[in-house]
Design a binder for this molecule. Structure first.
Ligand code: 3HC
Length: 687
């Protein structure tokens, strides 16, 4: 046997056990080991049944995603499954942990399946831009029917063992600590009772073809249409269609062709890149493996506005105690009613039980007394963006909070080192930058201040997981990573509408690229008056002029767009007039601006800024930037994030275009040195 796969004989049962940490992925050595073990069991006349099992945290969690980049390597998973189908012995798969992708496809090829009660199963290939490629789209509908199969395969979601048992995917569920023994006993009993082989490939999909096609169509319309930019869910539907309409072998061939097509495509490459990018952010070079963090249990939040309430909700949802503080009772009441309103609507829509909502609210205390934060492990300031006010607050917090408390700022732009400098505990000060809506958006920029300790960063990383955020450690720079890259895009969008494009034309190009909202629609949503002061307004920008006439965005049903009661946007004639007049007053001779120019001028300067952030060490890896933008700003995942996308466009192309724009429109387009270096063939940033 290979080191990874062992075979032990228990009476008439051969137990094949794979031990390939961390997740028993079905890499080539594992497949080779499985194949050899199956052949040995087949050849042994004393063996009448086979139990497939895994050591460690999980049964096989799928194909080895690293290996997918290189294409099929022999022996393939199909070879293993053919051997499994061909054996004359009864096969029982014993599942624990997360049986996913190829792991579930292997289990579905066995005759019987038994699972640990705490385990889950799923076919998450779609999340990697793929479909199951080893019979999953053909066997799952045969085991569980079309409705369950299309749901699991097109969503990629995991299902609990108990639900999977109900759906017909798993035959038996047992307590985790009894799994292997129960599987062996069951295999022996099956042999003793002369139980038949049970191959899903011999069955057809249950139900009539007409009903199954109607079900597929209905779920596809509901679940797949909204994802119409992604190729994989549509390919999954075609493979499921084949499962319903074609014999098994033909269906498998259809599935295989779809799988291989997707594997070669850019979407799967991008989504696989993001899979590893997400795991990489957990390993910051600023936090050594030996760094020991502290658990933050009690949390103080200063500021009960939109951000403060959203942060409070994130923490309450994770079962943490929250003290919410505001200067004035009225502002506090507003924050509290936002939080209550959120839970009321969750209860009303059946997403949360009334008991759970009440339990979460009991973990919240609200007060106007800053001193009540004295015993908190962590205090986050979420007050308005004013440095003086923040410095004063940090001085007060430093004086009143317990010595080991951590102080954090949720500022979007301001210098957190300056805040740390007014305290006596700079090693315990950092930025925790949430993104609106803070209880929904998964991104959390963890801002590394100059003197912050590794232990503080390690605690922040662990805490971000606890509150279900993706923590990305970034340096302290104006706008950090996300907002610093957003700035050049907004700058160009604002210039483009003066030169000749209209706001909705710019939005349309960026939305067609895949961003959920163009820059002007986004501004309308956020509120045009963020940072606008009616006392000092000087009609100096289109935005100021719109604010001056009361067009503050969606909240006033008027911004760049007009909004109806359902918040549907239509381009506004008034806003267009403001744009045209401003443009004329400032001497612009309006011209036709092409879609290509809009796209390149909005996105290429972002890539330039990303390269600068890497060169300055503000972002650790190009893939961290991709995670920030796909998680926090809705950058289309199927492009892999801005830096991965830029690599597919070509660094040299981007440098060349930036130089053209620099010559036409100014130095802000000048490619930075890092970007120029990457454009040289030998030095790529390793996106
Ligand atoms: N291949 C290669 N490496 C994998 C892997 C896989 N299928 N699944 C996980 N890993 C690695 C991760 O990269 C990580 O490595 P690292 O420690 O070096 O960063 C390590 O295993 C642990 O993973 P997580 O940090 O994600 O651990 P969690 O406990 O949080 O999650 C998991 C475990 C639920 C298994 C999660 O890793 C996961 O969802 N994995 C992907 C599963 C998947 O997509 N399977 C389908 C693959 S495609 C396929 O099977 C095609 C087939 O149809 C032919």
């Amino acid at each position: 046997m290979s080191d990874l796969t062992t075979l032990d004989i228990h009476g008439s049962v051969a137990v094949i056990r794979t031990d390939s940490p961390p997740v028993n992925a079905l890499a080539a050595p594992v497949r080779a080991g499985l194949l050899r073990a199956l052949q040995r069991a087949e050849a042994d006349p004393a063996v009448q049944a086979i139990v497939l099992t895994c050591a460690g945290r999980t049964f096989h969690a799928g194909a080895d995603i690293h290996e997918l980049a290189s294409g099929p390597v022999s022996p393939t998973l199909q070879d293993v499954l053919l051997s499994l189908e061909g054996t004359r012995k009864i096969v029982v798969a014993a599942l624990h942990g997360t049986t996913l992708g190829g792991g579930l496809e292997l289990a579905l090829t066995a005759d019987y399946r038994i699972a640990a009660d705490a385990s889950t199963v799923g076919l998450p290939e779609v999340l990697l831009g793929l479909i199951p490629g080893a019979g999953g789209t053909q066997r799952l509908p045969r085991a569980a029917g079309v409705a369950v199969a299309v749901d699991l395969i097109t969503s990629g979601r995991q299902m609990s063992a108990l639900d999977a048992q109900q759906a017909g995917i798993i035959d038996r569920v047992v307590p985790s600590d009894q799994l292997t023994a129960a599987a062996i006993d069951w295999a022996q009993a099956l042999v003793a009772h002369g139980a038949p082989r049970r191959r899903l490939s011999d069955d057809s999909v249950p139900g009539s073809m007409t009903d199954n096609l109607a079900t597929l169509d209905a779920v596809a319309r509901q679940q797949v249409k909204p994802w119409s930019r992604l190729d994989a869910p549509q390919a999954a539907c075609r493979a499921l269609h084949a499962a319903i309409t074609q014999p098994f072998a033909e269906g498998v061939a259809t599935e295989r062709a779809e799988f291989l097509g997707l594997l070669k495509g850019s979407q799967s490459r991008a989504l696989r890149h993001l899979f590893f990018a997400e795991r990489a952010v957990a390993k910051s070079r600023w936090i050594s493996a030996s760094a020991v963090g502290r658990e933050w249990r009690t949390l103080g939040i200063v500021g009960a506005g939109t951000m403060g309430s959203g942060i409070a909700l994130s923490c309450l949802n994770a079962g943490l105690s929250v003290h919410l503080v505001e200067n004035h009772a009225q502002a506090l009441e507003r924050g509290l009613s936002t939080i209550r309103g959120h839970y009321e609507s969750r209860v009303a829509t059946g997403k949360l039980s009334a008991e759970a909502a009440a339990a979460r609210l009991t973990c919240l205390t609200t007060t106007t007394d800053l001193a009540s934060l004295a015993d908190c492990d962590l205090v986050i300031e979420a007050i308005y963006e004013n440095m003086e006010a923040k410095l004063e607050l940090f001085r007060q917090l430093d004086a009143l909070c317990k010595p080991d408390a951590i102080l954090a700022s949720n500022t979007s732009y301001l210098n957190i080192d300056a805040m740390a400098a007014v305290t006596t505990r700079p090693s315990q000060v950092l930025g925790l930058h949430f993104f609106s809506p803070a209880h929904v958006n998964r991104l959390l920029e963890i801002i590394r201040t100059e003197h912050v300790s590794e232990s503080t960063l390690a605690s922040a990383m662990a805490w971000s997981k606890r509150i279900k955020k993706l923590g990305v450690v970034v340096g302290n720079a104006h706008g950090f990573v996300g907002n610093r890259m957003l700035a050049p895009r907004q700058r160009e969008a604002d210039k483009l509408i003066l030169e000749g494009a209209l706001p909705w034309e710019v939005d349309r190009v960026l939305e067609a690229f895949g961003l959920p909202m163009g820059p002007f629609r986004m501004r309308d949503l956020a509120g045009m008056d963020i940072g606008w002061n009616p006392a000092t307004t000087a009609s100096a920008t289109v935005r100021e002029r719109l604010c001056e006439i009361g067009r503050l965005g969606q909240k006033t049903k008027a911004g760049y767009y007009d909004y109806d009661d359902q918040r549907r946007a239509t381009p506004s004639n008034v806003a267009q007039e403001v744009v045209l007049r401003f443009s004329a007053e400032h001497g612009y001779v309006r011209r036709a601006v092409s879609e290509t120019e809009i796209l390149e001028r909005c996105l290429y300067p972002m890539i330039n800024e990303g390269a600068r952030l890497l060169a300055e060490g503000i972002a650790e890896r190009a893939s961290d930037i991709d995670m920030v933008w796909t998680t926090g700003y809705g950058w289309p995942t199927w492009t892999g994030g801005p830096m991965h996308w830029a690599e597919t466009v070509g660094w040299a192309t981007i440098v060349e275009r930036l130089e053209v724009y620099a010559a036409l429109y100014g130095a802000e387009f000048t490619p930075c040195d890092a970007l120029r270096q990457w454009a040289a063939p030998a030095s790529q940033p390793g996106v």
